[in-house]
Design a protein around this ligand. Structure first.
Ligand code: FAD
Ligand code: NAD
Length: 498
């Protein structure tokens, strides 16, 4: 992300607008209106306001008590609640399986699911309320209600009580996000067959849990309930496990997750589900094509998410979605309509909170005349299993496909003193470098704290680092980050500790 800190030329903008179109009101209600307050929308609103633009953000999300809340999918039913439950369940699993190694014993550990859920809800509440504070601090006007494009740069807002108002802006940023994909063979009844939102709110540990889809959600939520005692079967349609990850990392992760008790079946095609006597029968064909069935107490459908544009009035602004429902945008994230931009899950690409937030910053700064840009090829990916799976950049296979000659450095956490001290030595770091230029093309981690370790690699790649840059950088001892240093040394065959 680059750019100067110049402020939005408020008056210049309005006079330009006047010259461009006498039909538009000379002074719009706001310089920027953002639709949606997820990680793309609330960041767009805050950054726009920071740059001196008069900004409003419209959000319609209601929590289970019917109260309007900010934060979108990520804070309410996504990134944050899932990580809260991953942490709670990890403590429980560790207590049962690893505390004894430390000489700590605990007879008959118990879980109180309602307390675990209350803790999760408190975390969500604190963070969503935090955005309210950030809006106040940055003078973003919060508007509660459903936004609908009303033609030109006007938006009709319907409040919870049904009352309507129309407001206008110089620029509109759509950040309406995404919702879970449903599949006809497993329609959610939101009781026994649920999507990720339901799976974050079970009131008891299901004895038998089925998960359709071994993507980020399937693996994270499958892990949560598996650690708490559910027998988990994950049915994945594709033949490859985590097809976009490094092959060696994916193989190590699959072995580790299976070792934790997740029964992950690849090439499993679900053909039907039926609900009877409070259980779900899932019929599928296995990798040999043979018909199989499992019976489970809950079934999570986690087969991806789709863009959410319902009742947004895109047609009123002349905006057409693409064949998959995403809003098409240009390099500036501008839609086909003048002055209307879109960011986050609703425009496609990786459906990641940080991707939406960075797009939001870029659009706000460009509206303020800066030249900000972002590098989609240096996108961090993390799956918060235990250990975590994290990567940035190309896999060895992708690099070779793109014509690079590759050198690969690899270092196992089993050879890391800090990982040993933690008692958590699963996994490795793999660094892929170009054999001619030594530029680092990708870093792939499976291991303890992979999500945090990845930050070093992302930053280094933003600065176009070589593996030699990593190798010549002093890493503190004893830290997990020494494994990154050693993987870099390994690119040239000079690893010290393995
Ligand atoms: P959203 O967060 O979906 O927000 C869109 C907002 O727009 C919503 O609040 C919606 O109510 C509002 N809206 C829509 N239409 C209107 C309208 N007409 N009027 C007013 N408001 C409207 N990503 C990660 O990077 N890391 C993770 O660890 C991670 N974990 C996840 C775990 C789960 C279980 C799930 C489901 C997702 C996870 N994600 C994660 C994905 C992440 O949540 C999304 O990529 C992110 O929330 C997208 O942000 P967004 O702002 O584009 O959309
Ligand atoms: P996903 O795309 O990550 O995974 C879906 C999986 O389901 C894929 O492996 C796919 O092959 C499989 N699948 C699709 N249809 C199927 C079928 N009919 N039967 C069996 N398997 C099928 O999607 P997700 O896990 O639902 O997550 C949705 C989005 O949320 C993703 O874009 C993801 O990036 C994001 N997310 C990110 C994180 C994170 O960053 N840690 C966590 C959760 C969600």
């Amino acid at each position: 992300m680059t750019g100067s800190s110049s402020h939005y030329p408020l008056h210049a903008s309005r006079s330009t607008l006047k010259q461009k179109s006498q039909l538009e009101s000379i002074v719009a209600d706001y310089n920027v209106i953002v639709i949606g307050a997820g990680p793309a929308g609330y960041v767009a609103a805050i950054r726009s306001a920071q740059l001196g633009m008069k900004t409003a953000c419209i959000e319609k999300w209601k929590d289970t008590a019917g109260k309007n809340v900010l934060g979108g999918t990520c804070l309410n039913v996504g990134c944050i609640p899932s990580k809260a439950l991953l942490d709670s369940s990890h403590h429980y699993y560790d207590m049962q399986h690893h505390y004894a190694d430390h000489g700590i014993s605990c007879d008959n550990p118990k879980i109180d699911i309602s307390k675990m859920m209350a803790r999760k809800d408190d975390i969500v509440g604190a963070l969503t309320q935090g955005i309210v504070g950030l809006f106040k601090k940055n003078k973003v006007t919060r508007i509660e209600g459903a936004a609908k494009l009303a033609g030109g740069k006007s938006i009709e807002v319907t409040a919870q009580d049904g009352s309507k108002q129309t407001i206008s802006a110089d620029n509109i940023i759509i950040a309406s996000g995404s919702v879970p994909v449903d599949i006809p063979v497993a329609p959610a009844d939101h009781n026994l067959i649920v999507n990720s939102t339901g799976a974050l709110a079970f009131d008891a540990v299901p004895k038998r849990l089925g998960v359709i889809g071994a993507g980020a959600i399937g693996l994270e939520l499958g892990s949560v309930w598996g650690r708490l005692g559910a027998e988990v079967t994950v049915l994945e349609a594709m033949p490859d496990f985590l097809a976009t990850a490094d092959r060696k990392i994916a193989a190590a992760a699959l072995k580790s997750l299976k070792g934790q008790g997740l029964d992950i079946q690849l090439s499993a095609k679900v053909t039907a589900t039926s609900v009877n006597n409070n259980e779900v029968t899932v019929s599928y064909t296995d990798k040999k094509g043979d018909a199989q069935q499992i019976v489970v107490d809950k079934l999570i459908v986690a087969v991806g998410r789709k863009p959410y544009t319902a009742d947004l009035g895109l047609e009123n602004a002349g905006i057409k979605t693409d064949e998959r429902g995403f809003i098409p945008v240009d390099a500036n994230r501008k839609t086909s309509a003048d002055g209307i931009y879109a960011v986050g899950d609703v425009i496609g690409g990786p459906m990641l909170a940080h991707k939406g937030s960075e797009e939001a910053v870029m659009v706000a700064e460009r509206l303020a005349g800066q030249k900000s840009e972002m590098h989609y090829d240096i996108m961090p990916w993390v799956i918060y299993t235990h250990p975590e799976i994290a990567w940035v950049g190309m896999t060895e296979e992708q690099a070779k496909d793109k014509g690079h000659k590759c050198k690969v450095g690899q270092f196992p956490f089993a050879a890391s003193g800090r990982a040993r001290a933690h008692g958590d030595v699963t996994g490795m770091i793999r660094m892929i470098a170009d054999a001619d230029t030594d530029a680092v093309l990708g870093v792939h981690i499976f291991g303890i704290s992979a999500s945090e370790l990845l930050g070093e690699a992302v930053l280094a790649m933003e600065f176009e680092a070589s593996s030699e840059d990593f190798a010549r950088t002093i890493h503190a001892h004893p830290t997990l980050s020494e494994a990154m240093h050693e993987a870099a040394l390994g690119v040239d065959g000079r690893t010290i500790h393995a």
